[in-house]
Design a protein around this ligand. Structure first.
Ligand code: NAP
Length: 343
């Protein structure tokens, strides 16, 4: 079977990590790269990745020209968190009959927040006989797919609670900025209010995915206000320093309400200097299920893995918009990628 031909759409922090992972894998080859950043367009991908071996892949801002020549099977799309921004980018890939895996958080489960765009994407994907999946570590796995999988052993479920606590010091700089690390409390509140920083995106999508998997008809999903976590000491990483009294990151909660009762609670905390890091899932039911991953899964490593491991599943998936709950049970694709595609 021939190699899977991949286009990178977005070569920012995550796109570069995915590129490096793909370069080490058998059965897959990068055949093009797209980005609009002025400091990237026209350069060889190797320079942006910071590797010495020239790859002969020039970063282009012209999606149509590149995709009409590249004969790509799949695009790895990593540009933005919001479907309103990414819709036209994803559509421009799909009209070339190329499949898409995207880290766009809202795409992970868009039926609740963006039902119209979700329907349009599904229609387009079917028209061009292609597939689109939104995935990543969170949303995409830790607070939804993994939770859904654990419910498989339950006969009854009263309530689900998921907590993720991570030390953002080890994460990529765009993530540290997104959670407001290093800002004063006033700057944090203003930037959140003006949507200059987004905080974590995906809690509503994760709750909607869990509820739909269980066929729970929620009355509503409540996303609570984003709270800054204020550092009580000087903490930092190689990229960012946080003084005592400054914002180290944030805490966000969201709830799924059914028949006036909280049935799902997601509690997300990411801040520089968090001492205890974990991913904890508690299912109150028959039986009770308690699972704790400690330390928490590293978000950037996990995202790269989720995306690369999804390639064979998306190649084999039917046309349309698919989500993690529609695909086969996820697992690592450690060997030559083509081994997971051929039957
Ligand atoms: N689901 C998950 O678990 C998960 C995990 C990690 C990341 N993510 C999401 O994945 C996305 C990428 O993250 P990142 O840290 O790599 O961000 P990033 O460093 O900002 O990279 C995004 C890249 O895409 C480029 N870009 C923006 N709009 C474009 C367009 N229309 N066409 C082509 N290129 C475009 C950007 O260029 P400019 O710099 O010029 O804008 C930048 O080079 C973010 O939305 C992030 O939140 C999700």
């Amino acid at each position: 079977m021939k190699n899977v031909r991949v286009i990178l759409f977005g070569v920012g922090a995550v796109g570069c990590l995915i590129a490096k992972s793909l370069l080490e894998k058998d059965g897959v080859e990068i055949v093009g790269a797209i980005d609009i950043a002025k400091d990237k367009v026209g350069r060889d991908l190797s320079e942006v990745l910071g590797i010495s071996k020239k790859l002969g892949i020039q970063i282009s801002a012209d999606t149509d020209t590149l995709l009409s020549k590249a004969e790509a099977d799949i695009a790895i799309h990593t540009t933005s968190s919001f479907l309103k921004d990414t819709f036209s980018q994803i559509a421009s890939i799909m009209k070339h009959g190329v499949k898409v895996i995207s880290t766009c958080e809202e795409l992970t489960y868009p039926y609740y927040t963006e039902p119209k765009l979700a329907k349009e994407l599904d229609t387009l994907a079917k028209k061009y006989k292609t597939t689109v999946l939104g995935t990543g570590i969170n949303p995409g796995f830790l607070m939804d797919t993994l939770v859904i999988t654990l419910t498989a052993v339950c006969q009854k479920i009263e309530r689900i609670q998921v907590a993720r606590v991570m030390n953002a010091a080890t994460r990529r700089l765009p993530f540290q900025k997104k959670i407001g690390a290093g800002l004063t409390v006033e700057e944090f509140k203003r930037k959140i209010a003006e949507k200059q920083i987004t905080g974590h995106v995906g809690l509503e999508q994760s709750i909607a995915m869990i509820a739909d998997a269980l066929a729970w008809k929620l009355d509503r999903i409540i996303v609570e206000s984003v709270e800054p976590v204020i550092s009580d000491r000087a903490v930092g990483s190689k990229d960012i320093g946080v003084k005592a009294g400054e914002v180290a990151g944030l805490r966000q909660k969201a709830k799924g309400i059914m028949k006036n009762r909280e049935v799902i609670l997601l509690d997300f905390q990411a801040y520089v200097g968090a001492e205890e890091e974990y991913d904890a899932i508690t299912i109150e039911g028959i039986p009770n299920v308690k699972q704790k991953i400690q330390p928490c899964v590293h978000g950037d490593i996990g995202t790269v893995a989720m995306v690369v491991n999804a390639i064979p599943r998306v190649i084999k998936a039917p046309s349309g918009l698919v989500t993690m709950k529609d695909l086969l049970v996820p697992s690592a694709a450690l060997e030559d990628i083509t081994k997971y595609i051929s039957d």
